[in-house]
Design a protein around this ligand. Structure first.
Ligand SMILES: *Cc1c(COP(=O)(O)O)cnc(C)c1O
Length: 388
């Protein structure tokens, strides 16, 4: 089976990990700060806080941005559940904004309409979480203008998007947001096994997230309520968590980060090759926007309804491809249709564009080490499955 994604671990990655294992400093050593510095410099943000997953990063970012009971967070229904769950961890409420079928990202028009209505009802969101689906940036300038007009914070879920850019800024620079989150799960662009990072240009937010990552404990005198002039003294100033990344993981992350540009370039080349190979087939190839360089974490095609015998039969197509050894996937089941969110009152029909996308979407395998013959095999099977 050709998987939909596959990480690459080179000998140099293994050596970097072994060096840390031999150093004796397995966690809370110098390697995590060094990984933070590497990613902050790469992205162009002033500060970075490494944690054990993007999910943890979203959680502490929400807390640092002041999200709590009674508050509201909005995100896209077409995302991994973590983009929404972070609100629930904070006791806040969640709502969704439908997607735009020309980008598969949050629809700016739908957002504008919803904000206008929310203002009238006095129920504006505290945070909006744009998700750069498949690695393609949302329209951040529009979002940032709306955040100023309506007073919400912007938390970018860039789990798919390290190495991509929007206009002249790298994703992660936080040029149009308060915080940006990356994931280093093995299926993402680069990996630290499990891992995530929150980037920001705001020193206060960075400090707050760093404290929340480690139990709410500080050794910074200026943050203590009653500083004691002893070396052993520390204070727990709020309720935090153990969300630390280990130095062993950070070593892998640093080693992998040298290849972000190559990986993203390779992903773009393969995506363009897919576009060409699929040109005569009845599928919608992934959307592009002129001012974005996608990280191409995922290559999602859509079945065009009514075109060809299989076109209303995504599931059948999916099964045929899996049987043929092509590890197709589906990103994502709309979050609002998950049983947990249905219990909160959401249901079918709430976000029609997202639900339509869900009926038609199919993720083809894409990873930087994919060979041409693998790609040809995938396309040949897709053609066979779609036209027979
Ligand atoms: C993978 C992913 C996450 C969660 O990442 P973890 O590092 O596994 O916690 C969050 N949001 C999106 C969009 C993702 O794809």
């Amino acid at each position: 089976m050709i998987p939909y994604g596959r990480q690459e671990v080179l000998e140099e990655d293994i050596d970097a990990v072994i060096d840390v294992l031999r150093s004796g400093l397995l966690t809370q050593g110098p390697t995590v700060p060094s990984f933070e510095k590497t990613i902050a410099e790469y992205s162009g943000a002033a500060h970075a806080v490494a944690v054990n997953s993007a999910t943890s990063a979203l959680h502490i970012a929400c807390l640092a941005l002041g999200l709590g009971p009674g508050d509201l967070l909005w995100t896209s229904p077409i995302t991994f559940v973590a983009s929404a769950n972070c609100a629930r961890y904070c006791g806040a409420e969640i709502d969704f904004v439908d997607i735009d079928l020309s980008s598969y990202n949050i629809s700016i028009d739908a957002l504008k309409r919803k904000l206008l209505a929310a203002e009238q009802h006095g129920r504006l969101p505290k945070i909006v979480v744009p998700v750069h689906l498949c690695g393609l940036s949302c329209d951040m300038e529009e979002l940032s203008a709306l955040s100023k007009r309506y007073g919400f914070k912007v938390l970018e879920d860039a789990s798919h998007a390290i190495g991509g850019s929007y206009r002249k800024s790298r994703i992660g620079s936080c040029a149009f947001s308060d915080v940006t989150v990356f994931s280093f799960h093995p299926v993402k662009i680069i990996t630290s096994i499990e891992g995530g990072m929150a980037l920001t240009n705001d020193q206060e937010l960075a400090d707050r997230m760093a404290v929340l990552r480690t139990h709410g404990i500080t050794r910074d005198r200026s943050k203590m309520t009653t500083p004691v002039d002893e070396l052993w003294y520390y204070e727990q100033i709020e309720l935090g968590f153990n969300y630390r990344m280990s130095d062993v993981q950070a070593a892998l992350g640093i080693s992998q980060s040298k290849r972000i540009n190559n990986y993203v370039k390779k992903r773009n080349q393969l995506a363009h090759r897919y576009d060409k190979l699929l040109v005569s087939l009845p599928f919608e190839t992934p959307p592009r926007t002129p001012d974005c360089y996608s990280a191409f974490h995922l290559y999602v095609i859509r079945l065009i309804p009514g075109k060809g015998p299989m076109m209303n039969k995504r599931n059948q197509l999916f099964n045929r491809l899996r049987e043929a050894g092509v590890g197709v996937n589906l990103h994502y089941i709309p979050v609002h249709l998950q049983p947990y969110y249905r219990c909160l009152g959401f249901g079918p029909g709430d976000f029609p564009e997202a639900e339509r996308y869900f009926q038609e979407a199919l993720t083809l395998p894409l990873f930087p080490t994919m060979e041409r013959k693998e790609q040809d095999f995938i396309v040949a099977n897709l053609e066979k499955a779609a036209l027979q």
